[in-house]
Structure formats: C-alpha cells, structure tokens
Design a protein around this ligand. Structure first.
Ligand SMILES: [Fe+2]
Ligand SMILES: [Fe+2]
Length: 199
C-alpha cells in the first residue's frame, strides 16, 4: 500500500466515524436563534436571558435558603468564638472567627448572585432559622461547639452538593459559585473533624 493510499483510507475512516457519531446522536450542535433574538429585548432583566427559562425563580429560592444558612452559621460561629475565648484552646477560638468571616463572605456572594438574577435577597431575621438548613447552637463547652459546627458544615456540604446536581447546566454561573463555596465548606469540615475528640 502506498503512503498516499494509506492516508486517504485513514481520512475516509475518520470521516465515516464522525458521520456515524452524528447519526447516532441524532442531533446537531445548533444554537437556538429565537433565543438569541429574544435576548435583544427585555433589557430591564439585565443578565437574565431566555436560556434561564422557568428555572430562575426556583434558583433564587435555593440561593435564598443558602443565604439564610450562611447567616445562621455566621451567628453560631461568632457566638462560639466569643464564648470559647476563655476556654482551653485560643487557637480554636480564633479559627471560629475565621470561619464566621468566611461564612459572611459566602452570604455576600449568594446575595450578589440573587440580585444579578433579578431576585431579592431575604435577610429577614425573623425567619432565618426556619429557612436555614443548619442550626444555631447554644453549646457551652469546646467539644460540643466543635461537634455542632461540624454537623452544620456537613449539612451545608450536603445541601450545596444537591444544589450543584439540581442546577447542573441550567445556570452554570450559579453552579460554579456554589461549587466554590462548597470547596470551602469541605475545608471547614476537615478542620473541625481534626479537632473533634472521639466520643
Ligand atoms: Fe458557608
Ligand atoms: Fe463553613
């Protein structure tokens, strides 16, 4: 077989492989032109274009529940920080404050995204604990505080993981935000688990 013949055969094999793949999938990678046209109107909705479809309100709802969770976590960590200052481990007490500040940043990033999506961030303190996935904790000793915080972090990790799966490709920007917060919650949980004395 000549070199020329061989490469012609390879090209034909590649070509037939590609067309078989396209036929099997039965679909083309074509953009929805109607959606692109519709994006030129409704300018008051800012970054929200037709692609969001019916999911925008539900995504805002999920983000508001996460916002409530973050604020309950800020309050719990703040209380634990100031209460634990006099206890045996000042290093852990100061780490509680680091976590409180991280959770406050998470809350701000969620609120910013809610506004970007045309929603209203719900900071109503009357309903914070009802809407939060995680609980406030009145624990008084250090190990009870660590345990309560670890439970709250694990609840947040589970809720954020489920949100990532639910949102999927419906809103990639929100999904990436949640994934980045999720990574920090996992780091928090690892630290707390290291300090936990086995019961
Ligand atoms: Fe957080
Ligand atoms: Fe956290």
């Amino acid at each position: 077989m000549t070199m020329k013949h061989s490469s012609a055969l390879q090209r034909s094999a590649v070509k037939s492989h590609h067309s078989a793949g396209a036929a099997a999938a039965g679909e083309r990678l074509a953009l929805d032109q109607a959606g692109i046209e519709a994006a030129k109107s409704d300018l008051h909705t800012g970054a929200v274009t037709p692609h969001f479809g019916p999911w925008r309100e539900e995504i805002i709802g999920l983000l508001n529940d996460a916002l409530a969770t973050e604020w309950v976590c800020v309050l719990r960590y703040k209380r634990h920080h100031f209460t634990a200052v006099g206890l045996a481990s000042p290093a852990i007490a100061s780490e509680f404050l680091v976590h409180a500040n991280d959770e406050a940043q998470h809350a701000d990033r969620l609120a910013r995204r809610i506004v970007q999506l045309g929603g209203e961030p719900d900071f109503n303190p009357d309903t914070l604990t009802q809407r939060s996935h995680a609980s406030y904790s009145p624990a008084r000793d250090l190990q009870a505080m660590i345990r309560a915080n670890l439970i709250a972090e694990r609840v947040a990790i589970e809720a954020y993981s489920q949100m990532v799966a639910l949102i999927g490709d419906k809103d990639p920007t929100t999904r990436r935000l949640i994934e980045s917060i999720l990574e920090q919650e996992q780091h928090h949980a690892e630290e707390l688990a290291d300090w936990l004395t086995p019961a």
